[in-house]
Every structure is written in C-alpha cells, then in structure tokens.
Design a protein around this ligand. Structure first.
Ligand code: SF4
Length: 230
C-alpha cells in the first residue's frame, strides 16, 4: 500500500512539474511575442497569442516585473490584439447597428448635460469635443452614448443588443469592456484615453475618428501609432 501511494505521489509530482514547466514556457513565448508586437507594431499568431495571454496573463506580468519592464505593456498590447482580431467583423457590421460608449470623464467640468436613463445627454454646447464627436458619429449612423457608470453599458447591451461597439476609456475599462463584449459575441474596438483619470481626461480624437471611419487599423494601442498586422 505504501509503495502504491509513493508511486501515486511520484506521478502527481511529475505531472505538476510538467504543468508548471509548460505554463512557464508558454508565458515566456507570450511575453516575447508581446515585446515583439510592442516594438514592431506587428502581430504574428494573433489568435494563439490571445489564447496564451488569456491563460497566463498573470505569469506574463510577473515575468515583465522580474525583468523590471513595465507590465502595463501587457495590457496595452492585449487591447491592441483584441482590436486587431475584432476589426474585420466590426467593419462588416452595418454602421446603424454600431454603438459608441464615451466615458463621462471626457466632458468639460462645466458640462450642462443632464443624466437620463439613456446616459448623459450631451447638448453639443461646444465646451468640449464630445459634442462634435457625437454629431459626426450620429451623421455616420452610429448610436452615441455618454456613459455615467460601468453598469450602464451592461444595461444598454441588454436593452438594445448592439451588433458592434466602440468603447472609449482607460486601459483597464477597455480591457474589461472588450471581455464583456466578447462574452456577448459582439465585435468591439477600444480607444484608450491618452490621459486617464476621473475628470478632464483626454483622448486622441484623430484616432477616435479613424476608428469610426475605418481609416486607421482600429488596433487602438493608445500611443498614437497603431499596431499593424503582418
Ligand atoms: S459638448 Fe456635450 S459633453 Fe461637452 S460640455 Fe457640452 S453638453 Fe457636455
């Protein structure tokens, strides 16, 4: 019996070592692909990379931390990667079925807009760039929402079932938003804020308009330069 248990413990230990080594190897490969994408602005094996990143994101960040590299790169490339993968389906969706979610923090601090069940109702007063963005987006056929809080997006998705989404926000909000959209099978593109925070945040509006029209590649890495495909 003891010999049998020893054998079982030995096998369990061996399997654990193999799993650990495999995860470490996968993390190393994903970390190298992320660094490569960050430097060259190109993606190779994009879907494999995304699956790998979903599986071992924390380990990859730990490797960045050990190498004294900025682990924010992992989130940044992760967002660009999802944008890159989603953009084909996004632009094939009729523009009338595409929604835009703009965070309320981009507004002027003197914004006169009122909160309604459909979000913060921008009256295009000209005190910030949101009004012009709303006008341009609606002229193109998009539905445009200024978001008062994160639960609002879930409610609007449930209510109107958009077929594609553009989300503006900080890296973390975009990352969570892209995951949420993926769970609803909605192709989404994220446009990261160029200066995050709670009020008076800023956005690269050229990048935003490029994403709307499809003029850019929609990868939205938030550094003013987009990651291109191979
Ligand atoms: S343009 Fe719209 S969002 Fe900006 S301050 Fe005026 S009402 Fe508010």
């Amino acid at each position: 019996m003891i010999q049998y248990l020893d054998h079982v413990y030995y096998l369990v230990g061996k399997v654990a070592v193999w799993i650990g080594a495999s995860l470490l190897l996968l993390s190393l490969v994903v970390a190298l692909l992320i660094l490569y994408s960050f430097r060259t602005k190109k993606f190779y094996f994009a879907r494999v990379m995304l699956i790998g990143l979903s599986l071992v994101e924390n380990l990859v960040k730990a490797l960045f931390w050990l190498a004294r590299a900025d682990d924010a790169i992992v989130d940044e490339v992760g967002v660009s990667l999802r944008n890159y993968i989603n953009r084909g389906k996004f632009y094939r969706t009729p523009v009338g079925s595409r929604f835009i979610f703009m965070p309320q923090c981009v507004r002027s601090v003197d914004c006169p807009a009122k909160l309604t069940p459909e979000g913060i109702m921008c009256v295009e007063c000209g005190r910030c760039d949101v009004g012009a963005a709303k006008r341009v987006a609606e002229e193109q056929g998009y539905r445009f929402f200024v978001v008062p809080g994160s639960s609002f997006i879930k409610r609007i998705i449930r209510k109107y079932r958009p077929k594609a989404i553009v989300g503006v926000g900080c890296q973390m909000e975009i990352k969570e938003g892209l995951t949420l959209c993926h769970s609803h099978d909605i192709p989404a593109l994220g446009v990261p804020l160029s200066k995050a925070g709670c009020v008076a945040t800023t956005l690269d509006w050229d990048e935003f308009y490029d994403v709307l029209s499809g003029a850019g590649n929609g990868s939205g890495n938030g550094r003013g330069s987009n990651v291109a495909g191979p």
